[in-house]
Design a protein around this ligand. Structure first.
Ligand SMILES: [Zn+2]
Length: 100
C-alpha cells in the first residue's frame, strides 16, 4: 500500500516534492507522524519525558491534535491568507498588499 501511495505522489503531477516532504505525507497518511505522543508511548523513547504539543504545550501531541491545535490553526490561517492575497494580486483581483 505504501509503494502505491509513493507512486501516486511521484506520478500525480508536476509538483516536485522533497524526499523528506514525501516521507511526512506518507507518515501522515498512515497516521504515524513523529509526534511526541508517538515517540513516548509507541516508541518508548527515553528522551521524551513529556508528550505535550511542541507548539501550544496544552494537550498530548497526536495527529488528531494537529488538526485542532490553536497555535497550528492560527499559523495555517495566516499562511492561507498570504497565499490567497498573492493569488488575488497575481490574477488582477486585488492591487494592494494587505497591511500587517
Ligand atoms: Zn498544540
Amino acid at each position: 500500500m505504501t509503494l502505491k501511495r509513493n507512486h501516486q505522489l511521484q506520478g500525480s503531477g508536476k509538483a516536485k516534492l522533497f524526499t523528506e516532504t514525501t516521507g511526512f505525507v506518507v507518515a501522515i497518511q498512515d497516521l504515524v507522524p513523529s509526534t511526541n505522543n508517538y515517540k513516548k508511548h509507541i516508541l518508548n523513547d527515553p528522551n521524551i519525558t513529556n508528550d505535550t504539543c511542541k507548539k501550544c504545550q496544552e494537550k498530548s501531541e497526536t495527529i488528531h491534535h494537529h488538526s485542532t491545535c490553536n497555535w497550528l490553526t492560527h499559523r495555517h490561517n495566516q499562511v492561507a491568507n498570504t497565499v490567497h492575497q498573492e493569488f488575488a494580486i497575481t490574477c488582477g483581483l486585488s492591487k494592494k498588499k494587505p497591511t500587517s
